[in-house]
Design a protein. Structure first.
Length: 619
């Protein structure tokens, strides 16, 4: 049981990153631990065969916890799904339990930690470049740095999914393991305090940053090589082999710093701050360090909110996107479109944005739709709205792929098809909306003329970092203060994000004389700015699997009923009949806010290991 609990899923797909060496057969769990004589032979083989040893780290990369499709949002107030077998749908409807947890990260991340810990135990003894002292040292430094960063990332996801308060009132994280487990290890480990786990994440990120370059770029001259490697005789060709552009995509110094910022924001959030040991001021300072690398708002990508529509930047020949701090490899497929195009475009219509989310988008003048000065008309609800609404969500009467999509009731398209209508067939929308974000209109999923295109899914976006800074800075110092001298405030960040979106316009798209008045009102009110920052985060990061975790760390209600929009002709027989808009309830969220803001420790682990404590409220 001990052995199988450590590494028991060796078949997951390994992401191809950069120029990674071909992984040749990694030992199974049984082989890693026994018999001792054979295990010794295998470790010795790793020392002599660098590709064999590298497989350990590649299996760590293979456990990266990022999702490349919209999945968890359908368990929040942002969306539902028409896939009745979805584990997230069933979770949101009340089946979430410690032995039935689609949000669990326990096994995957603990496996990843085991792989990188094992790799760290052998990395300095492997012959990476035995004939060149400088290359050997550079490979060791890079590989160790990557491993420290990966370990911090795995612990971040474990804390997010499983950190919480036990019945004794203590805030716990997960067992802290910094040494690879083997057949003689004591597996019955207690959970470490949340604060201690955070300290380990910070330490690992700092270690990674000390060993890795901020970015993987080629040097043009030997004088550009760091002095410590020059002293070993390193030359341009060797340095570029290890730290150059061919390694782009691997975990770098700036990525490790961003992971540290994510950990800090989590720890300083309302759900964890009382016992995490991290303040909002500390989190803001760490986030600011990340943003200084791109000269703050000078490096803000003015088209970063629609990266998924940028055909030029999505192509394999394109340079890096300024919006992407870390991303997946480009993928040439049409999987997202197959799942989410409206049915009349041969898609599955699987992710249905909610009316709750639609209502979060302000008017073009920047005011929330509930504001009496907004000009919102509930019987013309999509007029003069934030342009981000149409970029992210397909609503009734909107043109998509040169076709008008009708989501109301009894509204056929030009081919007299009703499939896009509300609840018309099993693939139809349940809310009156379809997904737009992440999809490419130049893709076809028509079986008779299928066409794929390149896609990119972000792991960490700079917009996320700006929003993290704004949240922490506002909480620490208010909307307009900059005590650290970073050069911008929470207000400045949110203003830039809203200007990029095109807010502060009148009904004809012209700049208003006073611009975005609403953000100026929020500038003078910390609590109002808190709500605005959270709403901007909801909009900017929607359908990127962030909402579930944000609601929990903010201690906001998880059980808001999901709403949709029913649209009907007032006179069904009249072609030009006015429309009637009715907000309807679509799906209840059966979460218990009293304890489910903290996820459970897997029940199977509790049955195996008596020293593990469950988070309160869970069985």
């Amino acid at each position: 049981m001990k052995k199988n609990s450590i590494i028991n899923r060796m078949t997951s797909k390994i992401t191809v990153i950069g120029y990674c060496l071909l992984v040749i057969g990694l030992v199974s769990c049984e082989d890693m631990f026994e018999p001792a004589k054979e295990n010794t032979r295998q470790e010795e083989a790793m020392y002599e065969e660098s590709a064999y040893a590298y497989g350990l780290q590649m299996y760590g990369y293979g456990r990266l916890p990022y999702q490349t499709t919209t999945t968890t949002d359908v368990a929040t107030d942002d969306a539902v799904t028409n896939v009745t077998t979805s584990a997230y749908l069933n979770m949101a409807k009340g089946t979430w339990a410690s032995d039935n947890n689609p949000m669990a990260q326990w096994d995957n991340c603990k496996d990843g930690i085991q792989y990188v810990n094992k790799f760290l135990s052998i990395v300095e003894n492997v012959k990476w470049a035995p004939s060149a002292v400088s290359k050997q040292k550079m490979f060791i430094d890079r590989l160790k740095g990557e491993s420290f960063g990966l370990r911090a990332l795995f612990y971040y996801y474990l804390l997010q999914a499983h950190g919480g308060y036990a019945d004794d009132g203590q805030l716990y994280g997960v067992p802290l393991l910094t040494v690879a487990e083997d057949g003689s290890s004591e597996f019955n480990q207690p959970r470490a305090l949340f604060a201690d786990c955070v300290k380990q994440c910070f330490a690992d990120c700092d270690s990674a940053m000390a060993l890795l370059p901020l970015d993987y770029v080629d040097v043009n001259d030997n004088s550009e090589i760091p002095a410590k490697y020059q002293a070993l005789g390193a030359e341009k060709t060797g340095y570029n082999l290890v730290f150059g552009v061919r390694s782009k995509g691997l975990l770098s110094g700036k990525i490790a710093e961003a992971i540290k910022a994510q950990v800090a924001l989590l720890a300083a959030s309302p759900a964890f701050r009382d016992q995490s040991g991290v303040t909002s001021a500390e989190a803001a300072t760490i986030c600011a360090s990340v943003l200084k690398r791109i000269n703050g708002l000078e490096g803000f990508d003015r088209s970063g909110n629609t990266w998924y529509k940028n055909k030029t930047k999505l192509s394999p020949e394109a340079s890096e996107m300024d919006e992407m701090l870390w991303r997946e490899d480009r993928h040439n497929n049409n999987d997202q479109e197959k799942s989410n195009f409206p049915p009349t475009l041969y898609g599955g219509g699987q992710v249905n944005p909610s009316q709750n989310l639609v209502d979060a988008f302000p008017m073009n003048n920047g005011r929330p739709i509930a504001d009496p000065k907004s000009g919102y008309d509930p019987q013309n609800p999509y007029a003069n709205r934030d342009p981000r609404l149409a970029n992210n969500i397909i609503y009734n009467g909107m043109t998509f792929k040169k076709a008008v999509i009708f989501t109301g009731v009894g509204m056929p398209n030009e081919e007299s098809k009703y499939e896009d209508n509300l609840n018309y067939v099993e693939k139809s929308t349940r809310t009156g909306y379809y997904l737009n974000k992440l999809l490419r209109e130049d893709v076809s999923v028509n079986p008779a003329s299928s066409l794929t295109q390149y896609h990119i899914y972000p792991r960490i976006r700079y917009t996320e970092m700006f929003l993290a800074y704004a949240e922490a800075a506002n909480d620490a110092w208010g909307p307009a203060a900059d005590p650290t001298g970073v050069g911008f405030t929470a207000y400045d960040v949110i203003k830039a994000i809203r200007e990029r979106a095109g807010l502060g316009k009148d009904e004809f798209g012209r700049d208003l004389p006073n611009g975005d008045e609403y953000i100026e009102e929020c500038k003078a009110d910390k609590e109002k700015m808190t709500s605005l920052i959270r709403n901007e985060r909801r909009i900017e990061l929607c359908f990127e699997n962030k909402r579930f975790w944000d609601l929990r760390r903010w201690l906001m209600p998880l059980n808001e009923p999901v709403k949709g929009m029913k649209i009907e002709k007032i006179d069904p027989e009249a072609e030009d009949s006015p429309l009637k808009y009715t907000v309807v309830e679509v799906e209840d969220r059966n979460f218990d806010n009293s304890y489910q803001c903290y996820g459970p420790i897997p029940k199977g682990e509790l049955l195996k290991w008596s020293n593990l404590k469950q988070n309160k409220g869970w069985q």
